[in-house]
Design a protein around this ligand. Sequence first.
Ligand SMILES: [Zn+2]
Ligand SMILES: [Zn+2]
Length: 134
Amino acid sequence: MSVAKALTGTCFCRTVRYEVVDEFRYAMNCHCSNCRRTTGSAFKPFAGIEREKVAITQGAEALMVHGDDKANNTHCRLCGSLLFSVVRDGAFVHVAMGTLVDAPSIRPARHIFVGSKAPWFTITDDLPQHAEFP
Ligand SMILES: [Zn+2]
Ligand SMILES: [Zn+2]
């Protein structure tokens, strides 16, 4: 029997650490204005997984949850890093892939919400592009 590897992630100041099983169901680059603002980036690479496969292993007292238990952005309140979002009525987590320490097996497979992409950013790869959520 093979046991899936646990990946570590952390915030900019390293106060919060989490573990996630390397069993992401999907990964995408989201160009929507909300993802651009929460990350300060042109787009957000994120990977989706069942919520129970993500666990805070350090610094739970330092979390800042923007939203409620079933839909939120979870940050470190000391440094502000966006670690992950709770989505799909609380069933899934979208990990902000930039906070992963270990490389996951999955790779972002498409660009979504390209219809609201930053005009100053040009997509230069050949991944499929979707105007909104596919
Ligand atoms: Zn931090
Ligand atoms: Zn988005």
